[in-house]
Design a protein around this ligand. Structure first.
Ligand code: ADP
Length: 476
């Protein structure tokens, strides 16, 4: 991660923190507001229930003098100040149908000596409460006007003479709201200060991470250098191995060819009959063993070349059906081939594939010779070649032979692996054939699959990638 994107991450982290904190403070503000409102309503209820005791007895039943009215408004004013309310007032309905009030804020007694002062634009709920409300029924509501932000509470009562009136109180909410807002801002500041307190820890962690990263980078550099050195050593060793194998195989092949050639001449009695038949038998053994040794040496050399990527793929557009026919002719001459039925099914008009023909021939020969080797007399070997539904080029060698136990299936592609069975005891083998096949297919970026059932048969399928198949315009 570069410095620019790391800075971006830090900014995003701070923003997330600030947004979260603001949300928490907002939620806290609303919860406190609700709680305070409940308390205010409780306070309002007590206050409005007590207003009737502030008024003189029978106040609503008689006509009052301006002096009495002034006394009442003064008492209401004092009581509202003492209890922290904005207004205390009482409301009655006049004979003209309008509402009149005596309020802690009223001082115009001369204008309305009888029923105090007119209550202008009363809230419909207030009118309803006075008209239809039951005794002691209460009513709360907010009132936001130019005089401020109020919570109004009213209760319906009856005078001695049975006249309905309302006792009301206004609570100034603006102070409470201001207090709540101040407390929220304070909380926000605390959270931001908390971030400042935590910052030294974040800084220390970042520095420690940087140090750890530097250390890791140093370790990785050291390991890379070590691995590079090990790789060079391995490459040198592999080179030495290849050189050794190449020179050894050359050194071994020359005398071997002489052994094979001379033993062949002797067993065939090319220069006249042998006196002792025992020598004839020995010459035969020498010839077979020599040929086996030559196959082994050739296989080892081929495999080591493929494994060390020394082998150069001599790929060319190849008609695989022709290669297969050539292989079938060769294996047809194997000693036990005549005892088995060999079937072939080659799709018509197969495209050419871009492969190393010599290597593919070796693959087919190895698979076919194994099929012949591990199928008892009377069995069938079938070869199929064509294009799969997915568009891969494939060939399949299937036999009705002895099969391979499922636990050994994974091992057969390992060099020098031979599954111990009746056939392997009777037939010679190097245990390198399938390892070579696998390497060759891998070299062509293809795939080999095997399916086998003990005593029923084995099926090897080779898939070659689509890129190796010739298209109509002559290219892959
Ligand atoms: P080998 O020279 O022994 O044939 P391979 O590498 O070709 O070596 O095969 C390895 C082993 O896999 C064989 O020894 C045999 O046990 C088993 N195997 C290979 N092909 C078949 C087959 N068609 N049927 C049964 N077993 C097989």
């Amino acid at each position: 991660m570069n410095t620019h994107s790391s800075k971006k991450l830090w900014v995003i982290a701070y923003l997330i923190y600030i947004i979260t904190v603001s949300l928490v403070v907002g939620i806290e503000y609303h919860a406190s507001l609700k709680k305070t409102l409940r308390l205010i309503d409780e306070k309002l209820t007590i206050a409005i229930k007590n207003i009737k005791y502030i008024l003189p007895a029978g106040y609503h039943d008689v006509e009052v003098t301006p002096q009495e009215y002034r006394n009442v408004t003064r008492r209401l004013t004092e009581a509202s100040y003492d209890t922290g309310f904005k207004f205390f007032y009482t409301v009655v309905k006049g004979e003209d149908g309008n509402l009149y009030e005596a309020s802690s804020s009223e001082f115009d007694a001369d204008e309305h000596p009888q029923y105090y002062s007119m209550y202008e634009n009363p809230d419909p709920m207030l009118v309803r409460l006075l008209k239809e409300g039951k005794k002691d029924e209460v009513f709360f509501q907010y009132n936001r006007d130019r005089e401020g932000d109020h919570r109004i509470g009213c209760i319906k009562e009856y005078s001695f003479a049975g006249k309905p009136f309302l006792s009301c109180a206004d609570y100034d909410m603006s102070v409470m709201r201001r207090e709540l807002r101040v407390s929220s801002v304070r909380q926000l500041i605390y959270y931001l200060l908390l971030l400042l307190c935590v910052y030294p820890f974040i800084w220390a962690y970042r520095e420690a991470s940087k140090f750890r990263q530097m250390q890791l980078e140093h370790d990785v550099r050291c390991r890379t250098a070590e691995l590079g050195f090990a790789l060079k050593t391995a490459e040198r060793a592999s080179q030495t191995k290849s050189n050794f194998l190449a020179s050894m195989s050359h050194e071994l092949r020359t005398p071997l060819n002489a052994i094979i050639g001379f033993s062949c001449a002797m067993k065939d009695e090319a220069f006249g009959p042998m006196q002792n038949k025992q020598y004839l038998e020995y010459a035969g053994h020498i010839h077979t063993s020599g040929e086996h040794l030559l196959t082994l040496i050739n296989d080892i050399l081929d495999l080591s070349k493929l494994e060390s990527d020394k082998e150069v793929l001599k790929a060319q557009w190849t008609d695989m059906s022709a290669v297969l026919k050539e292989c079938l002719e060769i294996v047809g001459g194997y000693p036990t081939a005549g005892e088995k039925k060999i079937e072939e099914k080659i799709s018509y008009n197969l495209p050419r594939v871009y492969v190393d023909a010599r290597m593919m021939k070796q693959v087919l020969l190895n698979l076919l010779s194994n099929a012949i080797k591990f199928t008892p007399a009377g069995g069938t070997i079938s070869v199929v070649m064509g294009l799969s539904k997915e568009g891969y080029f494939f060939f399949k060698v299937k036999d009705t032979g002895i099969g391979i136990p499922s636990d050994k299936l994974k091992l057969i592609f390992e060099p020098f692996t031979q599954v111990e069975n009746v056939m392997t005891r009777h037939h010679q083998g190097t245990g390198l054939g399938l390892a070579l096949v696998k390497q060759i297919i891998k070299y062509h970026k293809g795939e080999i699959k095997v399916r086998s059932e003990l005593n029923s048969g084995t099926e090897f399928t080779v898939f070659l990638p689509v890129e190796l198949i010739e298209t109509k315009d002559g290219r892959s």
